[in-house]
Design a protein around this ligand. Structure first.
Ligand SMILES: [Zn+2]
Length: 284
């Protein structure tokens, strides 16, 4: 049974809001963190505006560090109906060897959400993404559920053996979406995998260009549309888009591609995916 039976397929655009450590010009420490500069904050607002023009809402994943500074932009985004969930406090991998630190960061970030934004996160994007998601990590699954989270997004498996441009890997990226669909771990925690290539992987690791990136998103969309009933949920970053797509052409190109389809395609947030999959109410 598809999650959104009234639509041919669904698209969830999830943006990880952080200063990326690999960009030495704005991040000399080399460590990814949440003290967002004006460029990244403005990109988040611009993306939200573009989505709203299409009647769509976006999903943003926010670090606890960001909530320790001014939160006007985040309040604004939440007030306009975009979904905000968490990404740990300091971008700590959920598979880090220090389980106590992971638990502390997740708990502290949820507390900061409630204190500064007035609601608790429903989900968590796992920093870095993991080849097998949280398979075999029942301890992390249990930690997330005990923290009150209903979904995670941690499964990122789209890598070619060489990490370079590879047509076979591109085909695999589409095919894998069929298998990388939302699914619950045994304890009921929902996994919403990251589909296709992330922008970081495409632009920064593989050194590929914007026209190909837009085509990749459109190809992924075509795949989920043709298969029917699937979700396309790529992992995206405002920091990366403002560098490689400064005119923010990607989002309108996706919207336009959807508009040309015969059957309805629904833009959803990860929260809406979780509500559809779990029947879970939003936390207040
Ligand atoms: Zn991240």
């Amino acid at each position: 049974m598809p999650l959104f039976p009234e639509a041919r397929c669904a698209v969830a655009l999830g943006w990880d809001c952080e200063m990326i450590g690999a960009y030495a010009d704005t991040n000399p420490t080399g460590t990814t963190h949440g003290h967002l500069d004006d460029r990244v904050l403005q990109t988040m607002l611009d993306l939200a505006g573009l989505a709203e023009q299409a009647g769509a809402r976006l999903q943003f994943f926010i670090l606890g560090q960001t909530l320790e500074g001014p939160v006007d932009v985040l309040r604004d985004l939440a007030g306009r109906g975009h979904a905000l969930d968490q990404h740990t406090h300091s971008h700590l991998s959920l598979l880090s060897g220090d389980a106590a630190a992971v638990k502390r960061e997740v708990g502290e970030t949820s507390r900061l959400f409630e204190q500064t934004l007035g609601f608790r996160p429903m989900g968590l994007r796992g920093p870095g993404g993991y080849r097998d998601g949280l398979e075999g990590r029942e301890d992390v699954q249990a930690m997330a559920s005990a923290a009150g989270l209903r979904f995670v997004s941690t499964h990122y498996a789209t890598k070619s053996p060489t990490g370079k441009y590879d047509v076979v890997a591109d085909k695999n990226a589409y095919m894998m979406m069929k298998h990388m669909q939302p699914r619950a771990y045994p304890n009921g925690l929902l996994e919403i995998p990251m589909s296709g290539y992330s922008d970081r992987h495409w632009f920064d690791n593989q050194g590929r260009g914007l026209a190909g990136w837009i085509r990749h998103l459109q190809d992924c969309l075509d795949f989920v549309y043709d298969m029917g009933g699937l979700l396309y949920a790529p992992a995206l970053h405002p920091d990366t888009h403002s560098r490689h797509d400064p005119g923010l052409a990607t989002l309108p190109a996706v919207v336009e591609h959807v508009r040309k389809k015969h059957d309805p395609v629904r833009f959803v947030t990860y929260r809406e995916v979780a509500q559809a999959a779990l029947g879970a109410p939003e936390p207040s």
